[in-house]
Design a protein around this ligand. Structure first.
Ligand code: UDP
Ligand code: MG
Length: 309
């Protein structure tokens, strides 16, 4: 098997046929042996039915059907666990990632690159808020991490089997695959593209899911938030020390202390707020540790046509 393509699917009934047609075209032009692994992540529409119909007609179509929605990163992870290709491509089902770019990636692979990620030149048809939050987040993350995770890059990429094998051995439960793949190393390069509008249907990434994803990325690759809290604690303590000296002087030396209700309230609220934030940040790390310790399976498969080896 030359190429395995992993396609996470969440309510994509209107895109599946189109995607299949375009992917098959690209693969046939490349003249490679390939498999298309659709991972149905608990879709509520007809997606899995359509995928199964395709799989009956075409032997290269494989599917994994989850028992419920586990999230995009987990769906891709399940695909990675089952691939057998020498190269693996991760691609969205909504045709925002043009399948034709795979040909370009394959060319780079022949030049000896082991990870070829797709870098967005621009993004069409997405809300201002999404573009802004994504822009800020990727740059913030880049500043906070020791490894360099490329900015403006999704999971659309071609990776070598060697990297897939490493990813399978990484047991962490909070997946931030694009970060993990950067962390792994090897020869990495990129191809540029214009990100298209979603062909049909609606985004499966709510702001809630995006926030969780962002926190997964940060907590998995950076301790900076914890350090910031510590520095802030020190700073506040130093300020508090001087304020305490001032308060004592005012009372005993200058003897002009006034009932300082206002300043007291401000100080208490301020420190209270900082403490809450600090505890919250620690909680984010702790809950992820807790997930890892529980050691539940990452996903549950209802049905699949991929045989275990
Ligand atoms: N997806 C998924 N599970 C989810 C949300 C999304 O498998 O819980 C899939 C979705 O079908 C698509 C890809 O992940 O193939 C990217 O999702 P989407 O297009 O909704 O995100 P956006 O492009 O808006 O960031
Ligand atoms: Mg999309």
């Amino acid at each position: 098997m030359d190429i395995s393509v992993i396609i996470p699917v969440f309510n994509e009934e209107k895109n599946i046929q189109n995607l299949y047609d375009r992917l098959s075209q690209v693969m046939q032009n490349l003249n490679v042996s390939y498999e298309l692994i659709f991972v149905n992540d608990g879709s509520k529409d007809a997606s899995i039915g359509l995928i199964k119909v395709l799989s009956k007609k075409y032997s290269e179509v494989k599917y994994i059907d989850f028992s419920r929605n586990f999230g995009h990163q987990i769906a891709v992870t399940a695909g990675l666990d089952k691939t057998s290709g020498d190269a693996v491509v991760i691609i969205d089902a909504d045709l925002q990632d043009p399948p034709e770019l795979i040909a370009e990636m394959y060319q780079k692979r022949k030049e000896g690159f082991e990870v070829i990620y797709a870098k967005r030149k621009n993004r069409k048809g997405e809300s201002f808020l999404k573009l802004l939050t994504a822009r800020v987040f990727y740059r913030l993350l880049a500043k906070m991490t020791a490894i360099s995770i490329p900015v403006d890059t999704g999971d659309f990429r071609m990776i070598d089997k060697k990297i897939v094998e490493v990813l399978r051995e990484m047991p962490e439960k909070s997946k931030y695959l694009r970060g993990q793949i950067s962390w792994v190393g090897f020869n990495q390069t990129f191809v540029e593209y214009d990100r298209q509008e979603r062909q049909a249907g609606a985004t499966g990434y709510t702001y809630r899911k995006m926030l969780r994803f962002a926190l997964d990325g940060i907590t998995a690759f950076s301790d900076v938030p914890l350090k910031i809290v510590t520095y802030f604690g020190f700073m506040v303590s130093i300020i508090a020390f001087f304020v305490a000296i001032y308060a004592l002087l005012a009372k005993f030396v200058w003897e002009n202390s006034v009932p300082g209700w206002t300043s007291l309230m401000i100080a208490i609220l301020f420190i209270g707020g900082i403490q809450m934030i600090a505890i919250g940040i620690i909680g984010e790390y702790l809950s992820r540790m807790n997930h890892n310790i529980r050691n539940r399976p990452l996903y549950i498969i209802r049905d699949s046509n991929i045989e275990e080896d």
